[in-house]
Design a protein around this ligand. Structure first.
Ligand SMILES: Cc1cc2nc3c(=O)[nH]c(=O)nc-3n(C[C@H](O)[C@H](O)[C@H](O)COP(=O)(O)OP(=O)(O)OC[C@H]3O[C@@H](n4cnc5c(N)ncnc54)[C@H](O)[C@@H]3O)c2cc1C
Length: 343
C-alpha cells in the first residue's frame, strides 16, 4: 500500500493535520494503535479562543470567565468579560475531529501499531490479528505523542519532560482552580477543572524538579485538604514532552507532543498539537507556505520554557517568580492569556 502522507497517531495533532490535507484533496492515511480514538490522560482544559473557531460549541462541557489562583501567599480570582477557558471531554473531541477528517476524505485506521519506521516505508501490525504490513509514503508525519517513534527514528532525544497526573471524579463543582505551591508541586501546579458531570483533579510539574511518586503523594495530601479523597481512585499519569527541537525534517514532520510543542510551564498541549498539525499540512501542500503561525507558536513555547528553566533553579526563586507572576495577574500587568499557548 502507498499513500502520499502517512500520519502516525490520531490525537488532536494527527487529526488536525489529516483534515487540513484531505480538505485539499491530498491522499492521507492516519494510523492509530488504540482501538478507539480520543481516550487520553488529560484534564481537558482548552483555551476558548483556540477551541471555538474550530469546533461546534456543543463540545464545550463548561466554560469559564473566572480563574481562581492560589499560591502560598495569595488567593484571588481573575475575571474577563468573555470565557477564557473551556473544558472538553477528550473522547468527544477525538470523535468530532475524526469525523471532520473522514468527511473530507482522510482514511483513519485504528488498532494498528506502527512498529518500525524506515526511509519511505513503515512496518505496521494489526493489534488484534497480529498481521503485519508494509506501507510506503511520500511524506511522514509523527503525531505519535510524547514517546514518539518518529522522533526516535529522527534521532531526537526528549530530555525536557513534564509529569502529568490526573484523577477524574464523578460530581460537580463550579470553580476552575490553579494552586501553586513550591514545596508540593515544585515549579508546577495542581488543578481543579470542572467538567459537565465530573471533576478533573491533578498536578503537573517538570520532571527535572520532582519525581512522579513525590508529585503523586503531594497531590493526594493536598486534595484531601481540599475535600477530595483520591486514594481509592485510579491514578492516570503520562509524560508531556516540551523538548522542542524542530518540526520540519525534509519530508518527515513532527507535530504536537511528538515535536515537544506542549507548554513546559502549564502542560497545555491540545492547542499546540492542533495548530502544528494544521501548519504541517499547509507546508506539505505548499513548501513556501508562510511560517508566521508556527513561528509565533514556537516563540510562545520558548517563553514558557524560559520561565520553567528559571523557576526550576531553586525553590526560593520559584516562589518569588510565582508570587510575582500572580501579583502581575492580580494587578492586570500580566494577562491570563500570556499563560496560554495561543498568542
Ligand atoms: C495529566 C495530563 C493532563 C493534561 N491536561 C491538559 C489540558 O488540560 N489541556 C491541554 O491542552 N493539554 C493537556 N495535556 C496535554 C495534552 O493531553 C497533550 O499535549 C495532547 O494530547 C497532545 O496531542 P498530540 O496529538 O500531539 O498527541 P496525543 O494526544 O498523545 O496523541 C498521540 C496518538 O498517537 C498514538 N500512537 C503513539 N504511538 C503510536 C504508534 N507507534 N502507532 C500508532 N499510533 C501511535 C497514541 O495512541 C495517541 O493516540 C495533559 C496531559 C496530561 C498527561
Amino acid at each position: 500500500m502507498h499513500v502520499n502522507t502517512l500520519i502516525i497517531g490520531a490525537g488532536p495533532g494527527g487529526l488536525a493535520c489529516a483534515k487540513s490535507l484531505a480538505q485539499q484533496g491530498h491522499n492521507v492515511l492516519v494510523l492509530e494503535r488504540k482501538k478507539e480514538i480520543g481516550n487520553k490522560v488529560c484534564a481537558g482544559g482548552i483555551t476558548y479562543s483556540g477551541l471555538i473557531s474550530r469546533f461546534p460549541e456543543t463540545l464545550v462541557e463548561r466554560s469559564f470567565r473566572r480563574q481562581y489562583v492560589r499560591t502560598n501567599y495569595q488567593s484571588f480570582f481573575i475575571e474577563e468579560k468573555k470565557p477564557i477557558i473551556a473544558t472538553v471531554n477528550r473522547k468527544k473531541l477525538g470523535i468530532i475531529m475524526a469525523k471532520q477528517a473522514t468527511e473530507v476524505g482522510a482514511l483513519i485506521r485504528t488498532g494498528v501499531n506502527v512498529r518500525t519506521v524506515h526511509d519511505q516505508s513503515v512496518l505496521v501490525q494489526d493489534t488484534t490479528s497480529k498481521e503485519t504490513q508494509t506501507i510506503t509514503y511520500d511524506y511522514l508525519v509523527g503525531a505519535d505523542g510524547s514517546s514518539s517513534l518518529v522522533r526516535r527514528y529522527l534521532g531526537i532525544k526528549s530530555d525536557k519532560l513534564g509529569i502529568g497526573i490526573n484523577y477524574t471524579l464523578p460530581g460537580k463543582t463550579t470553580k476552575m482552580e490553579w494552586h501553586l505551591n513550591n514545596k508540593l508541586f515544585a515549579n508546577g501546579y495542581a488543578w481543579i477543572f470542572p467538567h459537565a458531570e465530573t471533576i478533573s483533579i491533578g498536578a503537573y510539574a517538570p520532571k527535572e524538579s520532582t519525581t512522579p511518586s513525590y508529585l503523586k503523594n503531594s497531590l493526594l495530601q493536598w486534595a484531601e485538604k481540599q475535600g477530595y479523597s483520591l486514594t481509592q481512585e485510579r491514578t492516570k499519569a503520562e509524560y508531556i514532552n516540551f523538548d522542542f527541537q524542530g518540526w520540519n525534517f525534509g519530508k518527515t514532520f513532527l507535530v504536537g507532543d511528538a515535536a515537544g510543542l506542549a507548554s513546559g510551564l502549564t502542560g497545555e498541549g491540545i492547542y499546540p498539537a492542533i495548530v502544528s498539525g494544521e501548519q504541517v499540512a499547509a507546508t506539505i501542500l505548499n513548501p513556501d507556505h508562510s511560517r508566521n503561525i508556527m513561528d509565533n507558536l514556537i516563540k510562545r513555547h520558548k517563553q514558557h520554557s524560559l520561565i520553567v528553566q528559571l523557576s526550576g533553579k531553586n525553590g526560593i526563586l520559584n516562589t518569588l517568580l510565582s508570587e510575582l507572576m500572580t501579583l502581575g495577574l492580580r494587578s492586570g500587568i500580566v494577562r491570563f492569556s500570556q499563560m496560554e499557548m495561543a498568542s
